[in-house]
Design a protein around this ligand. Structure first.
Ligand SMILES: C[S@@+](CC[C@H](N)C(=O)[O-])C[C@H]1O[C@@H](n2cnc3c(N)ncnc32)[C@H](O)[C@@H]1O
Length: 347
């Protein structure tokens, strides 16, 4: 319980923005319990200072989403449903559906992906107290887990309880805490995290909420320290537009077909996870507007579709991948702007 009482130094109420006070089971106010929850389901929780809102801790996860789910944007609810009911469930081979959909599983490719994840490291402080990982997912890859080795506590935040339960199994309670929250309304006080990162998520946040999410990530980060966002440039990458033209045409036709034939409420089931990528110049404008510094660095110049369709052993795949890796190391800024996936560094 001590890790939860310590958290009061950084938490705030997502509705009133007041600090939160830790309350043990006996002091939980019955009348403020979220609908459908009994005291026996809860180990402890937090109250805002005017004692009008209560946030429970359930099975080691601090639930800091405002109780009125209806306040969430429809597309946020759709993404949450995708991850809760499908993305973070496992397929017959034991892989998460999300990984099967988006990550190529071949030996050489896995090695390449590890090298790319390690490109985040130089932008993190060598040590610190809190590393905030917003939309952490289950944190199942060793090189992702290692990003927080030099921090006292990794704060894993996600809108999906299933993701957080998996993350808790992977990281344990000693060096990590798990919080259910929305990226565009972070339940943290200003400037309390040494570094903030959000990996492969912002482009799943509704188009009009992405600016709010960026300012939230920046608000909770210490002054002059880095906020790191991994972003998919999608159709803003000229390199992938040229190399993947035939794949993109086929996918666009499939998408139109799905739009016509599937009910909106069921689109996520057939792979219609909400996605909207802004352009690099949109990010520059937002940074100027909020007086932030932003720079683009390559994560991977190539999209997973490029790997899937073009990188194969029989076509000299290993050599092609080595060439790409070499180009990424030589031109990190150029490929960070024109390649497939970028590390956005905001300070
Ligand atoms: C593509 S996964 C990335 C997970 C992890 N960062 C990784 O790279 O393995 C996206 C994650 O973002 C979470 N997510 C989506 N929208 C969110 C929001 N508005 N607030 C918080 N988390 C969100 C999802 O539940 C999911 O776990």
């Amino acid at each position: 319980m001590t890790q939860f009482s310590r958290l009061t130094e950084i938490l705030r109420c997502p509705i009133t923005h007041q600090p939160l006070v830790f309350v043990a089971t006996n002091d939980i106010p019955e009348q403020l319990l979220p609908p459908g929850l009994k005291k026996s389901d809860i180990s402890a929780g937090y109250l805002n200072s005017s004692k009008t809102y209560f946030y429970p801790i359930i099975e080691g996860i601090v639930c800091l989403l405002p109780a009125e789910q209806s306040k969430l944007h429809d597309n946020v609810k759709m993404v949450q449903a995708f991850y809760e009911n499908y993305g973070w469930k496992r397929d017959e081979g034991g892989r998460f559906h999300d990984s099967s959909l988006f990550i190529e599983k071949r030996k050489g490719i896995e090695e390449y992906n590890k090298v790319c994840t390690n490109r985040i490291k130089p932008f993190l402080k060598p040590q610190g107290k809190y590393l905030l990982d917003v939309a952490s997912g289950p944190v199942f890859q060793a090189e992702n887990q290692a990003l927080s080795n030099h921090f006292e506590t990794r704060i894993c935040m996600d809108i999906s309880l299933r993701a957080l339960a998996e993350a808790r199994q992977n990281l344990g309670d000693e060096k990590a805490v798990f919080i259910q929250a929305d990226i565009s309304n972070l339940p943290l006080q200003d400037a309390v995290c040494d570094n903030v990162m959000s990996i492969h998520t912002l482009y799943h946040v509704p188009k009009d909420l992405q600016e709010k999410a960026i300012t939230e990530l920046h608000r909770v980060c210490q002054a002059n320290e880095n906020v790191i966002i991994l972003y998919n440039w999608a159709w803003h990458s000229w390199l992938m537009n040229v190399l993947l033209l035939p794949v993109r045409v086929i996918k666009a036709i499939k998408r139109i077909f799905r739009y016509i034939t599937v009910k909106p409420s069921e689109r996520w089931l057939s792979g219609g996870l909400y996605f909207y990528p802004h352009s690099p110049s949109w990010f520059k404008n937002i940074a100027n507007k909020h007086q932030l510094k932003i720079s683009f660095h390559v994560l991977t110049a190539i999209h997973q579709d490029f790997v899937k369709y073009y990188i194969h052993d029989k076509w000299g795949g290993a050599r092609v991948l080595r060439f790409i890796q070499h180009a990424e190391e030589k031109y990190p800024r150029y490929l960070g702007r024109h390649g497939a996936f970028a590390i956005l560094v905001i300070s």
